[in-house]
Design a protein around this ligand. Structure first.
Ligand code: ADP
Ligand code: ZN
Length: 681
């Protein structure tokens, strides 16, 4: 397989070997730069000398032109397109400004949170402008979902990627040159091929949309070298507007996106990072599996969600454990064979109520709107990662939960991992800063949303009322003396021991080991009898999280003092600690009651029968068409139907998410279902 080095541009041959996680790690034969080729996204397509471009007419008939014929959408205003094709009444904040800017030929940089409706910002301009909007998107799954959803809405869109046969690909190319589609999705690897460049020359690009634009930045966590080649292509189309979109970017990433995509003159649209429908909660880890089970059973029975864990092994074992307890859980990690991963991803999208127990390998490009919760059983790598992972919940705007549990040993493990990680001083310092921000978030007694937004540079927010610290005020206590005792115990025992040993010393338990080391004769032995061992663990956790203790790498789990320890030890600084809530007694788990109405708890009880009926209808349609239920209608659309109970097509068209195409396709069935229910009530 021919690969182009992103650094020196040399082309070299390498064996096409798909790694388990779908990527190929390789080194350039010329300049020896190491880089990763993401095979899962779209295998680089070697130019095929046998099939010159433009393709000879292959007898495939021109695509059927939809009701909105070529150019027809160009005559519509943005709001008309929004209503007719997407079925929405009004634009969300910033959408119409962005659409205006791009439709009139300007470049744009868009930074808006997940679920805020970025796609429409390039889809509508593409429909308004002459030619075909070219969308560069990093993952096959993402393109397919988007194209499927667009086609359902009657928008003419297609994708080019390695999942197509040569003939299918040629058909799409013909559609593009004929201008018979409004949107063409391609992966960056394909964009870089000569064949694709020739295709672009033979068609009329309406705009270039660069989705997940943070992939172009080395600062970000999803760097994709192929993204760096995008400007080479767009430079050839000076008058074609470009729009770059992303949901995560700290200021550094933002700058490098603009520089690397040559977009420094673009209009910038940066909206708040807030996701008001997500409730943020962090709890102490006591028994992770039982706590998770209780959370699923009590709060989200029958709902779809993602559980993030750190390792592949945990993904498997927790998924199995849940399955044995009647929860529809599936593992997902890079160690699974690709067909298995695809099958699990497909079930998550196509079925309702699947819980994915996954490592970070899962998530990018999953735009399932009705993910009701994201649970973290282990700490994520950074606040950015946490924000991005939790952002997958509640894209449909309905209430959703971001729930995380963590413990002292997680904190110690993370610190240790960082200490051991390779990398130069600067890199490590940044990583440590990032970890500290995350631990600060976990331990905060202030509004969690405010801490998150502050981190992304949005200051001045008031307490949100929709996070655990807002809903149950955390009590604090003056932990200065306790901290002094703990720190001096670390010091006097030689900075070699972990929390369990230190707690025994503080509580005056003369264990064999303590006697062996003579630590029953030191000053701190027994000075901490006023607290329980649980309370001491809480103190050690908070000291470690705050950087007043670091881990001793020479030991399994020993603590060392840091420069931050001394002001507290010397009495120059007071310390307020969080009062951890009493642990909840683990109750014996009850068998799962499938309470599907969980996702629509805001509906009145009397509305639930209709809700169930419409959901069943949606599921039947989606099975028949082999598309995910949410592509037929979102939960929010169904819920509105239940509340409004339209009786006519006109009434149905007023429901958010029902456009003309969908009203044509499914309207009658849903109206009939509503009528039947009215009659039986
Ligand atoms: P993003 O790419 O920003 O994560 P999407 O473009 O996938 O978000 O949009 C999220 C959801 O919001 C989609 O289901 C989309 O149909 C819906 N949406 C977008 N714009 C509007 C609007 N103006 N009114 C109602 N819903 C909208
Ligand atoms: Zn809050």
């Amino acid at each position: 397989m021919l690969i182009t080095c992103p650094k020196c541009k040399a082309q070299f041959d390498t064996e096409a070997r798909r790694e388990a996680d779908g990527c190929l790690k390789t080194r350039c034969a010329g300049c020896h730069a190491a880089f990763t080729v993401y095979m899962a996204a779209d295998a680089p397509i070697p130019d095929d000398p046998e099939v010159p471009f433009p393709p000879a007419s292959d007898g495939i008939p021109a695509p059927e032109t939809e009701k909105a014929g070529i150019g027809e959408t160009q005559l519509l205003s943005p709001i008309e397109i929004l209503k007719r094709f997407f079925g929405y009444d009004a634009f969300r904040p910033m959408q119409s400004e962005i659409i205006e800017a791009v439709a009139s030929g300007g470049d744009a940089f868009v930074l808006m949170p997940t679920g805020s409706g970025k796609s429409i910002c390039y889809q509508i301009p593409a429909m308004m402008r002459a030619g075909v909007g070219v969308v560069i998107s990093p993952l096959i799954a993402l393109m397919q979902d988007q194209v499927q959803a667009l086609n359902q809405n009657g928008v003419r869109a297609a994708f080019l990627n390695s999942s197509l046969s040569a003939e299918e690909a040629r058909r799409v190319e013909n559609q593009a040159t004929a201008g018979a589609i409004d949107l063409l999705y391609v992966a960056p690897e394909r964009l870089a091929t000569d064949r694709c460049r020739q295709l672009l020359k033979s068609m009329q690009p309406a705009l270039f949309a660069i989705d997940e634009a943070h992939c172009v930045s080395q600062w970000g966590h999803d760097f994709r070298p192929e993204y760096l080649t995008i400007p080479e292509v767009t430079r050839q189309f000076e008058n074609v507007p470009r729009i770059a979109l992303t949901a995560t970017a700290d200021p550094q990433t933002r700058q490098s996106i603009l520089a690397n995509l040559e977009l420094t003159g673009a209009a910038e649209f940066i909206s708040s990072f807030d996701r008001p429908n997500i409730r943020y909660r962090v709890e102490l880890k006591q028994n992770d599996k039982r706590q998770l089970l209780r959370f699923l059973q009590n709060e989200y029975p029958g709902a779809a969600g993602i559980v993030y864990v750190r390792t592949r092994k945990r993904s498997e074992s927790i998924a199995n454990w849940l399955k044995e307890r009647g929860i529809e859980a599936l593992p997902y990690h890079a160690g699974l064979d690709q067909p298995v991963r695809f099958a699990h991803q497909r079930r998550f999208l196509q079925e309702e109520g699947v819980v994915m127990v996954a490592t970070i390998a899962f998530g990018m490009g999953i735009d399932k709107p009705d993910v009701r919760f994201v649970a973290h059983l282990d700490l994520p790598a950074s606040v950015e990662a946490y924000y991005q992972e939790t952002g997958r919940a509640g894209r449909d705007g309905l209430p959703a939960d971001a729930w995380m549990i963590y413990s002292l040993s997680d904190v110690v493990a993370m610190r240790k991992m960082l200490e051991l990680s390779e990398g130069d001083g600067d890199f490590k310092r940044i990583q440590i800063k990032k970890l500290e921000a995350l631990l600060g978030y976990a331990e905060t007694v202030a509004c969690r949303r405010r801490v998150l937004l502050d981190y992304f540079g949005e200051n001045g927010n008031s307490a949100c009322g929709n996070c655990d610290t807002c809903q149950n005020q955390v009590e604090t206590w003056d932990g200065t003396v306790a901290a002094q005792k703990a720190l001096s115990c670390v010091y006097r025992t030689g900075q070699r021991f972990g929390a369990a040993y230190l707690t025994d010393v503080l509580m005056g338990n003369p264990t064999e080991r303590i006697q062996h080391f003579g630590h029953d004769r030191i000053k701190t032995f027994g000075v901490g009898r006023e607290f329980s061992s649980r309370q001491w663990r809480s103190v050690f956790r908070q000291l470690t999280a705050a950087g007043l203790l670091s881990v001793n790498l020479a030991r399994i789990s020993g603590f060392r003092l840091t420069e931050k320890s001394w002001p507290v030890l010397k009495g120059q600084q007071t310390l307020h600690l969080r009062l951890d809530p009493e642990p909840v007694k683990p109750v014996k788990s009850k068998p799962v009651r499938k309470k599907k109405e969980a996702v629509a708890t805001h509906l009145a009880a009397s509305d639930l029968p209709l809700w169930e009926k419409l959901r069943a209808l949606r599921l039947a349609i989606s099975r028949e068409l082999d598309i995910p239920p949410f592509v037929v209608f979102h939960d929010s659309t169904l819920a509105e139907m239940v509340e409004v109970r339209p009786t006519t097509r006109e009434g149905l068209l007023l429901i958010n998410g029902v456009g003309q195409k969908k009203a044509d396709k499914y309207g009658e069935q849903f109206l009939n279902a509503i009528k039947e229910m009215e009659q039986s009530e």
